[in-house]
Ligand binder design. Structure first.
Ligand code: ADP
Ligand code: MG
Length: 327
């Protein structure tokens, strides 16, 4: 089995969903990998198996076969221990109508094993931490998506976890909310030295928050490593590169500027991707931002190869090519 020091250790994990009247879906296909302590991510397009993997690790669903340890605890026999040391922000979320934020978070604290008084105190602390102190006594069913994501995060932090697992934390957020959430996650991982496991289909969000990525694709393990190495920002030739840009301001104006300069682009979840070979388009892009009165929030060159997995699958193209997907 795994090394005691591993954050997570997974060996031969397979999970199949039976679908009536149809063939089975292999959500996890003989997955094996381990993660060290630090800021980790599971990256992959929708349907890759990210949420399934997280739920298996937390004991919410059972795998067909395979072994795993989380923080050195076995997922089959020590699930209770795992839940004690983990904070989990689920992808989908059921709120309790009519209940206020403090109540909701403290309730989850109690479920996580905290005594009532401590759960209440932690609820106040974590709600303040995620910027919901003003909304503490408001009913959660009146919360906006952005507030709900924060509430979920507060809940995940309530038991002061050793490992924080966030399943698509930026889903459904507008650009402003997304930036705030990313900043918050960075702050948590840096200030509190909590280990992270973030799942996302958005490479830029993972780059902003994590050091390591494990890439899944249609239930298969694809590759794993430091994100810098995977995206090849530093090294490599200038062939088949991609400039990923995030802006503040009018997207339409900025895209119009790109068009005028003869640059092609795709916009995936608010990230503008400009493919290029040879000379970097950075200077032109800065000029376009200036001319269109928009602000560049980030601009990152990378190898196009990693993007391929995401772009083609997010768009749901049938003919997409998995990179190294043979495992
Ligand atoms: P991701 O989180 O990466 O988007 P999921 O783990 O949610 O991926 O899903 C992996 C695959 O399993 C997808 O094909 C999805 O449709 C399927 N799946 C997930 N949950 C269920 C379920 N409860 N019943 C049947 N199929 C499911
Ligand atoms: Mg998911």
């Amino acid at each position: 089995m795994g090394v005691k020091n591993d954050l997570i250790y997974i060996e031969g994990m397979t999970k199949t969903y039976g679908v009536s009247g149809s063939h089975n879906i292999v959500a996890l296909n003989n997955i094996s990998f381990s993660l060290s302590r630090g800021a980790n991510s599971i990256l992959g397009p929708n349907g890759a198996g990210k949420s399934t993997l997280i739920k298996v690790l937390l004991g919410y669903i059972k795998a067909d076969s395979g072994e795993a340890q989380v923080l050195g605890y076995d997922i089959k026999s020590e699930g209770r221990k795992i839940k004690e040391f983990i904070g989990y922000m689920p992808e989908h979320y059921t709120i309790i109508p009519g209940v206020n934020a403090v109540k909701q978070v403290s309730l989850l604290g109690k479920i996580a094993g905290l005594p009532a008084a401590e759960a209440m105190q932690r609820a106040h602390e974590t709600l303040q931490y995620v910027g919901l102190d003003e909304a503490r006594y408001r009913k959660v069913n009146e919360f906006s998506t952005g507030m709900l994501q924060r509430l979920k995060l507060a809940q995940a932090l309530v038991n002061d976890p050793e490992l924080l697992i966030l399943d698509e934390p930026t889903n459904g957020l507008d650009p402003r909310g997304r930036i705030d959430m990313i900043d918050l996650i960075r702050e948590i991982s840096q200030d509190h030295s909590i280990n992270l496991l973030i799942s996302s289909h958005l490479l830029p969000d993972i780059e902003a928050t994590c050091e390591f990525a494990t890439i899944l694709d249609r239930g298969h393990f694809v590759t794993q490593g430091r994100i810098d190495d995977l995206t090849g920002q530093e090294a490599g030739s200038a062939e088949n590169r991609m400039m990923n840009i995030q802006i503040k301001g009018s997207l339409n104006d900025f895209l119009g500027g790109l068009r005028k300069q003869g640059l092609t682009f795709e916009v995936i979840d608010k990230v503008i991707q400009v493919p290029y070979s040879g000379e970097s388009p950075a200077q032109s892009i800065i000029q376009i931002a200036y001319d269109t009165n928009t602000q560049i929030r980030s601009m990152t060159p990378r190898k196009a190869i990693l993007e391929d997995v995401f772009i083609h699958q997010i768009e749901g193209a049938e003919n997409k090519q998995a990179i190294g997907g043979k495992n």
